[in-house]
Design a protein around this ligand. Sequence first.
Ligand code: OAD
Length: 245
Amino acid sequence: MGSPVPRELAAALAGARLVAVMTGAGISAESGVPTFRDAQTGLWERYEPQDLATPEAFARDPRLVWEWYEWRRELVGRAEPNAGHEALVEIERRAPGFTLATQNVDGLHRRAGSRQVAELHGSISRTVCSEERTAVDPRGLDGKPPRCPGCGAFLRPDVVWFGEPLPPGEIDLAFSAARECDLFLSVGTSSLVQPAASVPYEALYSGTPVVEVNPEETPLTPHASHVLRGPAGEMLPALVGAAYG
Ligand code: OAD
């Protein structure tokens, strides 16, 4: 059993003009996509995801990193959006203004039907040339990783690795939505990885209530105005039901 939704929070969501949301890997956990800080299983249990999602790892062992992303791409392809993703679609339908920033590269928010989505860490479904950053369709190309048909450099997933800059338009949108919103939701993120972890503080500095949805405590917890302690697939539908039901 998770925590009940306080009446004041339900009213704040029902009355919000602009709702801003930040999600992380936890929202896709109930779709069967492992989070980054979960222990890995099977083939990949010897590796730490944080050690694979880096430019250094790709330079050292491009095949290993490519195969890890191939495995994740297949896993994500089989996964379906869950009740948490769907509750955010419902909030977008109901609220006059809505912005969703996600650290996830799995595309499940768009597949669920969310429209206003800033993908801060890119998308696993896109492949680019590691030198030119142009989009390339890898289907039919041999090699792990395949080579760019234009320049011969390795292809890579169009995701942000540790130490790389985020797409400026996306992160700017996340910060400005956090500054301007009436209610901010932080869902399924460990709130450890910068700059995404700083986004909720823009809302807090503006005096805006911040809600954390997470079964575990995070560094954001002591600052949150409300904490819904439980899985997103249960807590978000409960919040939506309490606000609009
Ligand atoms: P993490 O794996 O760091 O954290 C997942 C969070 O989800 C944890 O706080 C869990 O307690 C929580 N969680 C687990 N199950 C949940 C559920 N059913 N409902 C709600 N929450 C749940 O994932 P992120 O915070 O997304 O970056 O990690 C941030 C970034 O670090 C990722 O985008 C990735 C990563 O390494 C890059 O690859 C650059």
